[in-house]
Each structure stands twice: as C-alpha cells, then as structure tokens.
Ligand binder design. Structure first.
Ligand code: GLY
Length: 364
C-alpha cells in the first residue's frame, strides 16, 4: 500500500509519501532528493526511544553523516529557546547550505525544525516525518513553521515548504488514543469543508480510533493529505482559500487559549469549534439540519463529543475572537460550511448571533 501525493507549488513542488513501514526505508527516499551528506534529525525523547535509532541507522547505511537533536516534548517547549538548541546542534555538526533537517515528531517538532530550517544559513532543506495523526494530515504539509511567543501561539514563524513528507501509518500504533482523536478532528474537518467522499468513508467505518483497519487508515490519510495539498497548491500564503482550513478554529482557539491550553487539546477545541460554527451556519441557513447532525454524529463516534469547558464568560470568548489572526478591519471572519464538502469564509455573522450561541452553550 502506497500513496504519492504532489503538492503542486510553482517554485517548490514536493511529494507526500504515505506507506506502512516506510520509516525503515526513509534513507532510500531521501537519496532520490540528491541532498547534501549532512543530516540533523530533530525529535523528542519518546520518539527517539521508539524510532530514533532505526532512522539514524538507515540514514548512516546510505552514507549520510547524521546528528540528532532531542528537544523536550510538549507545546510549552515550542519556543525560540528550543530553536536555539537546534541552531547549536547545527553549529556543532557544521551544517552547510546543502544540509537537511529531518523532523521526526508531531506538530511541535515539525514546526520548530521547519522554522530552524527556514532561518539557518537563510534557509536549508527540511524533510517532515510526522508521527502524530494531526501532524500527518495537517502540520507537516503546507510550510507553516514557527514557535510561540509567551503572549500568543504561533506568533513567530515563516513559510518554508518541506522537500518531502514521509508518512508511516504504522507509527500511529504508539500514539496515545487522546492524540489520535485530536487528529481525527482535523480529518473530519476536511470531510466537512472539502471532501464529501472522505466524510462518507468515515461514516462507513465501524470504528474511528487507532484500531481503524490499515486499509481504511490509508484512505483517511490519503484523502486528508490530498485535501491539504490541493488547498495549499491553490493558495500557498493563505490569501483566500487556505483560510477554510481554519474551520472550527476561530471559536476553538478562543476556548483553548482561555483555558490556558491545559484543559482541552487542539483537536478537542477544534471539534467544539466545529459544533458551534456548524450551528451558526444552520442559523444562517447555509446548510441543513441533516448535514449538521451528520457532522455531530461523526464527531461523537470519533470520541470528540466532549463537554464545553465550564466557567468561561461569553463576553471573554467574544473579546478573544477579536484577537484571532483572521480578524480583518476589526471584523471576525468565520469559516462556515455550506454543505458536506464545501465551506465559505465570511465576516457577515451578526455579533448578536454569536453572543446568543455562546450564552446558550456557556451560560450567561
Ligand atoms: N493548519 C492550517 C494551515 O496549514 O493552513
């Protein structure tokens, strides 16, 4: 089983390779890119323990000179300080312009390694080897890299497309279930905003956790990565279309940030945000009750019917929406579904409607 998807960008097209067991032959796939000899693998302690040695051995067997930089795991370490550690390792290994970083990890590792690659010697290559479902279907593709500022998520960053994305679905076996569910929120998102066939494929599965059959998982990954590749291929710098990937993220980000990123993870916040944005779309007559209900059923079946965090003030959420990166000329922009498989970005959502929705779900 193997899928090869091309991200069609005019200046730097690249491929996303999805194949069970591909980690063992990572080095052979890197050979085809004609990279320089030096590679720095960036990872975290858990992944180093599970897969680090296998990756290093395979790269060295193909003649690469390999260094490893192990960063602490977790969103709170997605900082310039951690990136500094990558720069230190790059210096120690005397990386050159032709050298490559290999990001072996979830979104945090991928974002930081991508940012270090974007900035080291004004830009060296990066190969993304995502190990979480969320990173496989979203963060590893599209070139968004960066770190958090103490006062805001992803405020420091750069667009830097990878040379290749290598996805081994077998590594999901070691992914904690809660993290798998978080990735499923993004998968369901693609089904709602872009790919109705993916949505019905998900509906047809008897289970939606990491015991999904390998064949079903291959379809899920292939269709999700294809959706991301198509959207990024049409709008690399998020001038328009790419913003639909933020479905569920507008209110979701506010919930995440007001609970200090501790109570709910990103995927859970997105799932809650999709429920609320779906309800707004219903009230505005953009989609029908059946479509909304199908979305909610799928989220529930994926273990994402989580309760709304308690103790949040609707007014605080409204204020937080105003700081969203998508606010334009003071107006909050929402991504709203117009059916299963399509969505729009609009700033024409009356504030009263949003306020009422929040009061209904959070209490006055
Ligand atoms: N994660 C949304 C994007 O890459 O645009």
């Amino acid at each position: 089983m193997q899928s090869l998807i091309t991200v069609e960008l005019p200046e730097n097209p690249y491929q996303v390779l999805i194949s069970p067991g591909v980690l063992a032959s990572l080095a052979e796939h890197l050979q085809t890119l004609r990279l320089g000899r030096k590679i720095l693998v960036v990872t975290n302690p858990t992944l180093q323990r599970h897969y680090g040695q296998q990756v290093v051995t395979s790269l060295e067997a193909q003649g690469f000179s390999v260094g490893v930089c192990i960063l602490p795991a977790g969103e709170r370490y997605k900082t310039l300080r951690s990136v500094q550690k990558i720069y230190d390792a790059a210096l120690d290994q005397q990386l050159e312009r032709s050298s490559t970083l290999v990001a072996l990890g979830g979104g945090v590792v991928g974002d930081m390694a991508g940012f270090a690659a974007a900035t080291w010697l004004r830009g060296i290559g990066v190969v993304q080897v995502p190990t979480s479902l969320l990173a496989m279907v979203d963060a590893s593709i599209g070139g968004k890299t960066g770190v958090n500022h103490p006062r805001g998520k992803n405020l420091i960053g750069a667009f830097h497309q990878p040379r290749l994305v290598v996805i081994d679905p077998q590594v999901l076996k070691t992914l904690p279930r809660r993290e798998f569910r978080a990735g499923m929120a993004e998968v369901i998102k693609y089904g709602v905003v872009w790919d109705q066939t993916l949505f019905t494929h998900l509906e047809a599965q008897s289970r939606l956790d990491n015991l999904l059959t390998p064949e079903a998982l291959q379809v899920v990954l292939t269709r999700s990565c294809t959706a991301k590749a198509q959207i990024v291929g049409q709008d690399e710098r998020e001038a328009g279309l790419r913003a639909i990937l933020n479905y569920g993220h507008t209110i979701g980000h506010a919930l995440e940030s007001l609970t200090n990123y501790r109570l709910i993870n990103h995927g859970e916040a997105v799932a809650l945000g999709m429920g609320l944005a779906g309800e707004l779309a219903l009230k505005l007559g953009l989609w029908d009750q059946t479509s909304y209900q199908r979305q909610q059923t799928l989220l529930e079946r994926a273990g994402l019917a989580i309760p709304m965090p308690t103790g949040l003030e609707p007014q605080a959420v409204l204020a937080c929406l105003q700081t969203d990166k998508k606010v334009m000329a003071g107006r909050v922009r929402f991504v709203l579904p117009t059916g299963l498989g399509s969505a729009i970005v609009t700033d024409q959502v009356p504030r009263d409607l949003v306020e009422q929705l929040l009061v209904n779900h959070l209490g006055a």
